[in-house]
Ligand binder design. Structure first.
Ligand code: FHN
Length: 449
């Protein structure tokens, strides 16, 4: 009885949860399929958290919100923000070299400091810092000149604005319900800035943040979406617009099961922080980044990998190195990643995999120094050729346990010679006769089940 009740509870919970999850997405995937194609093919983007917080090297916006530093001291960083080593062409070149197909730049974080010369309010780097120039335009131009799509991160929250309710973690200015006119004034300001960004930079992608502080109704989210699409019907909007975005954005932590929504992107830092923080040396290794990247792609997602330029605009050497290592890996192995689709369902291969769009090729991602042969289960197709990306030499393989008169396929074992292995992750290319056909049964040899 108790087991039945707990089962019932689980079913109800799952139904409620699924209902909730679906209610989060108010956009019909069929209606956005076409414009989402470049994003689905892109796989890798670079996130850039650049702002005055990099002068002292402290938490972006949160440091004053959480009262680690006073608001005046935080804003004092404006004076030290020179951007005199900010070199958009070099940065765009590095991003291109990493293999990324898009980049997302913080146009304004929760601290409200705009990186362009907004006419809405005085708080921007052109008017208030020694940088004295628009930091967005030259970067977006440099990216586009290299065929990299240009995305705009925009914080809906603006903890500096007098008409915005939130300020410090334990004090806010007012409640929206008690002062609707003040909130309306904030929305006018926010929409004014969005209009400026849309008109001046025409982002290929909008990366909203901070929607959690207000409801879709309060943000007027459908109208924001509509407005941005009226400027550019093909622009992509991330999922942080209270359900009115185009894709999911898990952050830092890897989704262990495949996210439900059709498009998704894991945003992740290279060390532990979004912005530049000199004391943070907890850098992920190239192996870790590449394995997370290929895992995300294997689940049909993208990786948006973050860098945090220093206050002067230069990129920390560890991050430069990471992007270069990633780029070298992509150059050799990119065929298995870019323009592919999610790999085989779990159970066929214990690791990440992808498929060519026509599903006649399977790519397996194999960690370096693998001495045991790689195993694939349930592959019904006959094999044309198996190779390691970066080498033309075909690999030999063995099929184990195939009973000649049974429809159940044998196990495919592929030894990978050490000399052909990548220093991080090798990509094994299995070219099939026909489209991938997988046996999903329980191993009964008389039938196909
Ligand atoms: O609060 C921000 C944080 O500072 C950072 O910008 C990340 C990036 O996704 N987004 C928010 C937290 O979800």
């Amino acid at each position: 009885m108790r087991r039945k009740l707990s089962h019932l509870f689980m079913v109800l919970f799952t139904m409620l949860y699924t209902g909730y999850a679906q209610a989060q997405h108010r956009v019909n995937p069929d209606e956005i399929k076409e414009k989402m194609q470049w994003f689905a093919d892109a796989k890798l983007g670079i996130f850039i958290h650049y702002g005055i917080y990099s002068v002292k090297g402290i938490d972006e916006s949160w440091s004053f919100h959480n009262k680690k530093i006073s608001y005046p001291d935080y804003m004092n960083q404006l004076k030290g923000f020179t951007a005199n080593q900010y070199k958009p062409d070099e940065l765009a070149e590095l991003i291109k070299e990493s293999g990324a197909r898009y980049a997302v730049m913080t146009t304004k974080h929760h601290d409200g400091v705009a990186l362009w010369n907004s006419k809405y309010g005085p708080l921007n780097v052109v008017k208030k810092t020694p940088a004295k120039r628009d930091l967005l335009k030259p970067l977006y131009d440099a990216l586009r000149a290299r065929g990299v799509k240009a995305g705009a991160y925009f914080s809906l929250i603006d903890w500096s604005h007098a008409d915005y309710p939130g300020f410090l973690k334990d004090s806010s200015r007012y409640q929206v319900s008690s002062q609707p006119a003040k909130w309306a004034k904030y929305l006018t300001f926010m929409n004014g800035q969005l209009d400026e960004l849309a008109k001046q930079y025409n982002p290929d992608l909008w990366w909203f943040d901070g929607d959690w502080e207000h409801s879709a109704e309060e943000w007027n989210a459908p109208a924001v979406r509509q407005k941005l699409l009226s400027y550019n019907p093909n622009t992509i909007i991330n999922g942080r617009l209270q359900g009115f975005g185009d894709y999911d954005t898990p952050e830092q932590n890897f989704p262990v099961s495949r996210p439900n929504y059709k498009w998704w992107e894991l945003c992740m830092t290279i060390n532990d922080n979004w912005g530049y923080q000199p004391q943070d040396t907890n850098f992920k290794t190239p192996y870790e980044i590449i394995s997370i990247f290929t895992d995300a792609v294997s689940y049909g997602g993208n990786l948006l990998l973050d860098i945090g330029p220093k206050g002067d605009g230069s990129i920390p050497p560890q991050e430069v190195n990471m992007l270069k290592e990633l780029g070298a890996w992509n150059k050799k192995n990119g065929e298995g990643v870019f323009n592919t689709v999610a790999g085989m369902p779990q159970g066929h291969y214990y690791g990440a995999s992808t498929l060519s769009k026509d599903s006649t090729t399977v790519y397996l991602f194999v960690p370096a120094k693998t001495s045991a042969p790689v195993l694939v289960k349930g592959l019904k197709n006959s094999i044309k050729k198996i190779s390691v990306l970066g080498s033309d030499t075909p690999l030999t393989y063995k099929i184990v346990g195939k009973i000649s008169w049974s429809a159940v396929p044998g196990l495919l074992y592929i030894p990978i010679p050490e000399s052909q292995q990548d220093k991080y992750i090798s990509v094994i290319k299995i070219e099939l006769n026909g489209k991938l056909d997988l046996y999903r049964g329980k191993g009964g040899f008389l039938t196909n089940e």
